[in-house]
Design a protein around this ligand. Sequence first.
Ligand code: KMH
Ligand code: ZN
Length: 264
Amino acid sequence: MVGAEVSRDDNPNIPLQPEEIAAAAEEAWQAGASIIHLHVRDERGQPTQSAAVFRRAIDLIARRCDVIIQVSTGGATGMTAEERIQPLTLDPEMATLTTGTVNFGDSVFYNPPGDIETFAREMKNRGIKPEIEVFDTGMIATALGLVKKGLVASPLHFDLVMGVPGGIPGTPRDLLHLVESLPADSTWTVAGIGRTELPLGAMAIPMGGHVRVGFEDNIYYSKGVLAKSNAELVERIARLARELGREVARPNEARAILRMPLRG
Ligand code: KMH
Ligand code: ZN
């Protein structure tokens, strides 16, 4: 929806406040989205992990549609683990769990082993479905280590975030490599950054994967043309999926695919 890295200077159509995020989430849901990966901003438009702001956004989204709301525990680079973990206190259906440290442009997205285990334990204790965020290959092995320790339950769901400067590149060869490195019973989504969003998403469809698109990862519809909305990006990938013979899952179908409890 908005992520932590983009601003209105990059694309004036980015939703920032909870009301705007909720309206954008509903539009994306109408276009075919079944999961909203949620970051929030404070009243000045800066990234925040405040549980109060998350609660407001979650309540507003839930009033509008039945999407799976996946809160970010990644937040923004430079935030402490204590800041980042706050939205888990709201018992969301789903949350992200990054299983390693990665250079992130000029910054570092810092995820030392102790913090990863703390986040994983909190999700397990609260019954929150983790989405394992993989920015490079080694993070898959670390996730499997969490399964061995009983901190995360199989089958795992992964999000392969590709093309972050400092992480795994967003090439077809790298996507194949990551997918072949996952346990056979896993589900996975690809999130290609910038210009890799569309080609990697298009590849994932015939490979049996799922696709994340939106302003957090990419602000353009095509080269030099800013996207009008998250929904515009969702609508295109949903259309591609149908053209390739894959129906788009509605939220309860997505819950079933991810082996999560159904709602409503
Ligand atoms: N903003 C990035 C540093 C997540 O949401 O879990 C981390 C991120 C991952 O966006
Ligand atoms: Zn994120």
